[in-house]
Design a protein around this ligand. Sequence first.
Ligand SMILES: Nc1ncnc2c1ncn2[C@@H]1O[C@H](COP(=O)(O)OP(=O)(O)OP(=O)(O)O)[C@@H](O)[C@H]1O
Length: 292
Amino acid sequence: MTAPATTGPAPDALIRLSGVTKTFGSTTALKDASLQVSRGEIVVLLGLSGSGKSTLLRHLDGLEIPTSGDVEVLGAAVPSLRGKALRALRSRVGFIFQQFELVPSLTVLENVLTGSLSRVRGPRLGLWGYAKTAKIQALEHLDRVGLLDRAYQRSDTLSGGQQQRVAIARALMQKPDILLADEPVASLDPESSDQVMALIREIAADEGLTVVCSLHQVDLAINWADRIVGLRHGEIVLDTPTTDLTKSEVMEIYGRVATTTAELRAVQVELTDAAIDAASAATDAPAKAPVA
Ligand SMILES: Nc1ncnc2c1ncn2[C@@H]1O[C@H](COP(=O)(O)OP(=O)(O)OP(=O)(O)O)[C@@H](O)[C@H]1O
């Protein structure tokens, strides 16, 4: 297995984790994790459920504070940031999530505009509260993600893949240096997953974004990442350029479980079938005799 790159300073690193341990009660979510990410890199975090991927991501914009160790992002010691300084960091770090986190009753355009809120003061009411330049920018970002024609539609009328593209456009409103993505395609079908990952990669290249993204699908990681970081029980057990990733390394992260989109899909179908069988067995079962 490729030794994790725990030492050696990368002069252009935008992200540095050094010996980060995070415990929640008796659970160790991250254990002595060290990682550096250079400007423009696309890094995918792989690992089983509970291996610490989200916890690692959440440390990068101060949503978690390490129990021990250092987290430096864009030159700032993240755990020590408070108030205005923390907001300033977060305005440079976009974050997208599995469940998109859009406001369903707002239009697509309004959702995108909320991405600019870290840069403007006070609450906004509908489209009127935003500057014309912000609206133009938001429309440009919607065009960028292929959804300009949906700008005035309610966001909950869009498909999952489209909603994630809206979330990407919203993140772009922040003009971020770094994009964090926590399982951004976990709720999407394979085709939409591929489209969203392709879009992230394309935008990252165009905008010079640094991306750290957690995924469950090894095939997507291989297609879209520059570098793969593997986590197991909170430890970084693999750190390798994607081109060097071997099957045995993947097996070491995951053991014998589904790892490709097709395999995960097959497991989902199996589970759904099993649930349907269980439900119909319950319906077919003779009704219990009433208690006398
Ligand atoms: N706020 C919290 N309180 C208590 N335990 C937590 C908290 N956040 C995470 N954990 C625990 O830390 C461990 C790592 O969780 P984390 O969400 O980082 O894993 P993950 O690899 O992102 O999992 P998944 O792929 O399912 O999202 C898990 O055991 C989880 O239950």
